[in-house]
Design a protein around this ligand. Structure first.
Ligand code: ATP
Length: 226
């Protein structure tokens, strides 16, 4: 239980989720426990600004996240899907989303969860300086991006993060923190999964309710084997 005067700590996990995969789900579960978050929101982008346009509609991508979460044991409503970006202006800028959440939900402390690949892209995000005064960062190891590259990327942001060795985390002048989690890494991506589906394969890293949804709606070029 959180005392009434304590801020709730909420993780924001944004992405295209085209489709959501087991890497996303495991990562969310791991981060909630490891970072002692009170809750976590998956936030599918209506129209991602920095990536090619999604193949599946917003409604399908959100429904697949909800199907995957409904199948998870023990999260007791702490991990949910937010459809907030469906009613915000396009493209889906994270800064706008965070501002809208702050206005609607009040004084939570938000942590943005991003893969290390997205961290390298952060300097190009819309109003990133403002965003970095509003959220903490939880960076997840991905592919060949090592701790040294993550440290360089955090130090090069505006405002920059500097490392506090005793606390094993970075901090910027706005008092926002960043941590790097290198103990969870799954060799999986939505693009690899889309390719497998188009070839008629059932990807290993796809949660079963998500595969069932894709089959039912014939998404990603899926065709039932003869
Ligand atoms: P695509 O292959 O289409 O680029 P993706 O698998 O990277 O998709 P996104 O929806 O773009 O999925 O990911 C949302 C967020 O999750 C991003 O911050 C991304 O870095 C992170 N992420 C996705 N998959 C992993 C993974 N296997 N390990 C760590 N982070 C991941």
């Amino acid at each position: 239980m959180v005392a009434p005067d304590e801020e709730l700590r909420v993780g924001l996990f944004g992405g295209t989720f085209d489709p959501v995969h087991q890497g996303h789900i495991d990562l969310a579960l791991h981060v909630v426990i490891r970072c002692r978050l009170d809750g976590l929101l998956f936030i599918p982008a209506l129209l991602p600004p920095h990536k090619q346009q999604p193949m599946a509609s917003f409604a399908h991508r959100a429904a697949m996240i909800e199907a995957a979460l409904a199948d998870c044991q023990g999260i007791e409503g702490r991990i949910c899907c937010s459809r907030i970006e469906a009613r915000l202006p396009e493209p889906s800028y994270t800064n706008n989303t965070v501002q809208a959440l702050i206005q609607e939900k009040g004084s939570c402390r938000y942590s943005l969860i991003i893969g290390a690949d997205s961290l390298l892209d952060l300097p190009h995000w819309h109003r990133i300086e403002e965003l970095l005064t509003l959220i903490d960062l939880i960076v997840i190891q991905r592919e060949a991006i090592d701790a040294a590259a993550v440290a360089r990327a955090l130090a090069a942001l505006h405002p920059p993060f500097s490392y506090h060795a005793g606390q094993e985390r970075w901090q910027n002048q706005a008092g926002r923190t960043a941590v790097f989690l290198d103990d969870i890494a799954l060799p999986v991506s939505s693009s690899a999964i889309r390719e497998e589906l188009a070839r008629g394969l059932a990807p290993v890293f796809l949660p079963p309710p998500v595969l069932a949804y894709i089959r039912r709606h014939r998404l990603y070029g899926w065709q039932e084997p003869l």
